[in-house]
Design a protein around this ligand. Structure first.
Ligand code: XMP
Length: 522
């Protein structure tokens, strides 16, 4: 089951022209309770009709409408008799395709602008704003200079006379700014107006409905067959476990590989939550020794990653072979893993990245894939998890890399180092949580430095290891700023680590941002 059709009514189709914000449109529409999916702008007429949308949104994009070969919306978009909303490039191509004119602007307008509302049409409706002005986020070079017949200008800015347009008869709307970004005041309300009031969609997209639909679908698809899931304790695989358990109960078996590179008590916590509390069948493969043996003597970060990946597959495959009659392999693939928002690079929006949690299983284990959260954004996965009863701390915790402490122990991985690091990391997390800083940072962890440093304890000299603390603020993990933790907090953490762990004589705080540094040290 790798398709993601599930809600057949009240759907919004987004055609992606490649804007960096396209994914956000889908997220905002879904946040307003309406199912939406994004496809490349050149989706076929047949597929568009088959999607059965109640409305279509044309996204922004980097190209210029007046350049030869620039993308166009399929004509059928304007012939279905359903509402269409063009955003930025979407507005421009709609204008050009329906008989208007688009010209290059003299300057590229980028940043905040104030939109002056002139006509309150169905899209603007009764959006609350004090002086008929909306603060919005603009990012465009070209401008619509002549609107198509049947259209009216409903709002403008000093430098962009055609900021919003509409043809209420045909229910075509256009916005030059970006309602999907949070910088735009009332942007969410505008999109909500479009999908609810203009397209007439009901709010069917919520966790309860998604779970009901998904459970029904999983039951139908799986029948009385068996499913195997690699459970890591991370958000995605945990939600898949809870969802599958609700759908098929004991037909689900999870394999949890304890590679010895997990955080303090993590293995026990995963077992307690899933096996003990939720009654899910979980096999714990205790493979610490095996991983450490395989890693012995290896200092190269990429080789370490490869070894950990290889061992994981082998351990997982061995456990899978022990099980009888398993037909399906479940995976916690999510929507951002699936979509390529740079639309149509190869003419396809749904290009699958080689980003698989349990990729590369040996050929004798040919399972059919089940990916029940493949069409969900991370925040939707978290909401689903909440509704399924998973604890907040689990759903909102920092990401933890697959190779675990293996990339947080610099150089050769040894059990002694992992044990010290676990204790230090645990103290760091305790203090971050207690001070309220855990939720203010995107990721934080301790790193083991295999160098010794001199310290003094009482009258004695201590010659012991160094621990580095890393905490970052980021939204996308592509760039990050080191978290500006209060000195008092850093002081408390470092003092506790050095006092409570005799094998540590020094603690340092990592003040590197990404780029040029990466978040992990290896
Ligand atoms: P970097 O270190 O590249 O990390 O700035 C960005 C994000 O990716 C995580 N990360 C990994 N996750 N396997 C994973 O599953 C890996 O090998 C890996 N390396 C880095 C890192 O924790 C951060 O969230």
């Amino acid at each position: 089951m790798t398709t993601n059709t599930q809600i057949t009514e009240d759907r919004i189709l987004i055609l992606d022209f490649g804007s960096q914000y396209s994914q956000l449109i889908a997220r905002r529409v879904r946040e307003s309770g309406v199912y939406s999916e994004m496809f490349a702008y050149d989706m076929s007429e047949e597929d568009i009709r088959a999607f059965n949308p109640n409305g279509i949104i044309l996204s922004g994009g980097p190209e210029s409408v007046h350049e030869e070969g620039s993308p166009r919306a399929p004509e059928v978009v304007f012939n279905l008799g359903i509402p269409v909303l063009g955003i930025c490039y979407g507005l421009q191509t709609m204008s050009a395709q329906l008989g208007g004119k688009v010209e290059p602007g003299t300057v590229h307008e980028f940043g905040y602008a104030e939109v002056d509302i002139q006509i309150r049409d169905g899209l603007i409706g009764d959006l609350e704003d004090s002086a008929d002005k909306l603060k919005v986020w603009m990012s465009h070079g070209d401008k619509v200079t002549q609107i198509p017949e049947g259209f009216q200008i409903t709002a403008s800015t000093p430098s962009c006379p055609v900021a919003m347009v509409s043809d209420e008869k045909r229910r075509f709307y256009g916005i030059q700014f970006h309602p999907e970004v949070t910088h735009t005041a009332k942007g969410k309300e505008l999109l909500s107006n479009f999908v609810h009031n203009i397209c007439g969609c009901r709010s069917l997209w919520n966790s309860e409905n998604i779970i009901d639909l998904r459970v029904e679908q999983l039951r139908e698809h799986i029948g009385d067959q068996k499913v195997l899931l690699g459970l890591s304790g991370g958000v995605d695989s945990s939600v898949v476990a809870a969802l599958l358990h609700r759908a098929i109960g004991d037909q689900l078996t999870c394999v949890f590989v304890d590679n010895g590179l997990l955080r303090l008590n993590e293995g026990d916590q995963v077992m307690d939550m899933f096996a003990k509390n939720m009654g899910i069948r979980v096999i714990r493969a205790d493979a610490e020794e095996r991983f450490l043996t395989a890693l012995a003597g290896e200092v190269d970060p990429e080789k370490k990653r490869k070894i950990i990946g290889r061992e994981f597959i082998e351990v997982f495959a061995e456990e899978a072979r022990k099980l009888d009659g398993v037909n399906f392999l479940a995976q916690g693939t999510i929507y951002p893993d699936v979509i390529e928002s740079a639309a149509s690079k190869q003419g396809k929006a749904h290009v699958i990245k080689s980003h698989h949690n349990v990729g590369g299983l040996p050929e004798d284990l040919a399972f059919e894939l089940v990916e029940p959260i493949r069409d969900l954004f991370k925040d939707e996965v978290r909401k689903l998890g909440t509704t399924l009863g998973l604890p907040f701390e689990m759903l909102y915790r920092h990401p933890f890399p697959g190779p675990g402490l293996g990339v947080r122990i610099l150089g050769e991985v040894k059990k002694e180092y992992a044990d010290i690091l676990r204790l230090a990391d645990d103290i760091f997390m305790q203090e971050l949580r207690a001070s309220g800083w855990y939720d203010k940072t995107a990721q934080a962890f301790a790193v083991f430095q295999p160098v010794k440093s001199v310290g003094v304890v009482g009258d004695g000299r201590r010659y012991a290891w160094v621990i580095a603390l890393r905490a970052v603020e980021t939204v996308d993990f592509m760039t990050a700023r080191f978290a500006h933790l209060p000195y008092e907090l850093v002081d408390k953490i470092s003092t506790r680590i050095m006092n409570e762990i005799a094998e540590v004589s020094r603690v340092v705080y990592d003040v590197s941002s990404k780029p040029p540094a990466t978040i992990e040290w290896e």
